[in-house]
Design a protein around this ligand. Structure first.
Ligand code: 13P
Length: 255
């Protein structure tokens, strides 16, 4: 991790967990544990928990994010939430293109691109997720696939907007499986993402880009993963639902 060039960001992705009351309780437990963090700390929660999260984090060093946003400003899209709605609430971050959205809800590289643009146009920081399945890794197409996902997600994103993009490398086979990518595997793909961004925006812009690793990151393996020069943070699922575990990862990223 090169903190001289870019921000270390540890973000929790709560997925479909926690009610509003549970959100308040968990954040109140986390706040003192991460108060002296030497990295940015973000919690991404279900839409209905965002208000509680914003209230509980007010005045703290924890930023709040959503887990998705739609690409249109408004309209007949039952069940969706638009980026301006999030911005007006005070939400600062949004996860885009998580593999669970791609797998279960029909997200494609094209919709990921559209949602990324909507997030950026509305001033949100977009945490854009890319990553290969186990089959794709075994087929030897990880590099091509992740480069393609990155390129399409960033279509029409300006160099200025890129400053509010975080890319999260999440190998699908490592998510929720307890099977973490080795530090070398994570570092290799994160370096490849940075090279892809450099080919589009130049080296300086790519050097400033925060790239996270996600997939069974926990208190025990965070330090080794974060020691990789191109891994600038983590997108944490399961371990972000337990205050001491999440705080330990934040501590590892603060070193
Ligand atoms: P786990 O940390 O539970 O494997 O989830 C990773 C993830 O999908 C974060 O977005």
């Amino acid at each position: 991790m090169n903190k001289a060039l870019r921000k270390a960001v540890i973000a929790g992705n709560w997925k479909m967990n926690k009610t509003p009351a549970e959100t308040t309780a968990l954040i109140n437990e986390m706040k003192p544990l991460v108060a002296d963090a030497g990295c940015d700390v973000v919690l991404c929660t279900p839409f209905v928990d965002l208000q509680a999260a914003l209230e509980a984090t007010a005045g703290s060093n924890i930023g709040v994010g959503a887990e998705n946003c739609h690409f249109e400003k408004s309209g007949a899209f039952t069940g969706e939430v638009a980026a301006p709605m999030l911005t007006e609430m005070g939400v600062q971050y949004v996860i885009i293109g998580h593999s669970e959205r791609r797998q279960y809800f029909g997200e494609t590289d094209e919709t990921v691109n559209k949602r990324t643009l909507a997030a950026l146009e509305n001033g949100l920081t977009a945490i854009v997720c890319v990553g290969e399945t186990l089959t794709q890794r075994e087929q030897g197409v990880t590099a091509e696939l992740v480069a393609m996902q990155t390129k399409i997600a960033l279509l029409n994103v300006t160099a200025e907007q890129l400053k509010k993009v975080i890319i999260a490398y999440e190998p699908v086979w490592a998510i929720g499986t307890g099977r973490t990518a080795t530090a070398e595997q994570a570092g290799e793909v994160c370096a490849l993402i940075r090279a892809t961004v450099a080919s589009l925006y130049g080296k300086e812009a790519a050097d400033g880009l925060t790239i996270q690793y996600g997939g069974s990151m926990n208190a025990g393996n965070a330090e080794e993963l974060l020691a990789q020069p191109d891994v600038d943070g983590g997108l944490i699922g399961g371990a972000s639902l337990k205050a001491p575990d999440f705080a330990a990862i934040v501590k590892a990223a603060s070193k």
